[in-house]
Ligand binder design. Structure first.
Ligand code: FES
Length: 161
């Protein structure tokens, strides 16, 4: 069987401009849709994770009895109340950041490398370069005690509340 020149594959007419533009539009739409779907897979994952605030609500002053010592384990913070007022000391060791333990006599001891601190956080032994951090306390407008764990105050600073 013989085929004419017009029926041969080699002599197919070229793609018309209209067909080319139609194919380009179709493929552009498909690619855009696929990219949008891939992008939407990322939506459930936040790109920025919120950090917890450095300010910690500790409670109302009347919750803490005179002479009380309260530990806030999530913030590694000790809150003390005496007849003069409140003060807060971080339990994070100033050597390499381990969490200190408080002994019965009120001293702090670090289990990692043996630093020790007295009841006011002053270094009494070990590699710690400085005493435990005293954290700034304040009273919020609603009367609650607030500790700002990023603000250090001079050891001995008492909040009269
Ligand atoms: S981290 Fe506390 S002594 Fe090293």
């Amino acid at each position: 069987m013989q085929t004419s020149i017009e029926q041969s594959e080699r002599f197919k007419p070229p793609v018309t401009r209209r067909d080319f533009l139609g194919l380009a539009a179709t493929w552009s739409t498909i690619v855009a849709f696929v990219m949008a779907m891939l992008g939407s897979l990322r939506l459930p994952m936040p790109s920025v994770f919120p950090e917890s605030s450095p300010k910690v609500k500790l409670g109302r002053p009347e919750q803490f009895a005179n002479g009380s010592t309260t530990y806030f384990p999530m913030r590694h913070l000790w809150l003390f109340r005496n007849e003069k007022g409140f003060h807060a000391i971080s339990s994070v060791c100033t050597h390499l950041g381990c969490i200190t333990e408080r002994a019965v006599d009120g001293a702090f001891n670090c289990p990692c490398h043996g630093s020790s601190f007295d009841a006011n956080g002053r270094v009494t032994g070990g590699p710690a370069p400085k005493g435990l951090v005293w954290v700034e306390l304040s009273v919020s407008p609603d009367g609650g005690l607030i500790a700002d764990t990023l603000k250090e105050v001079t050891a001995g600073t008492i909040l009269d509340a």
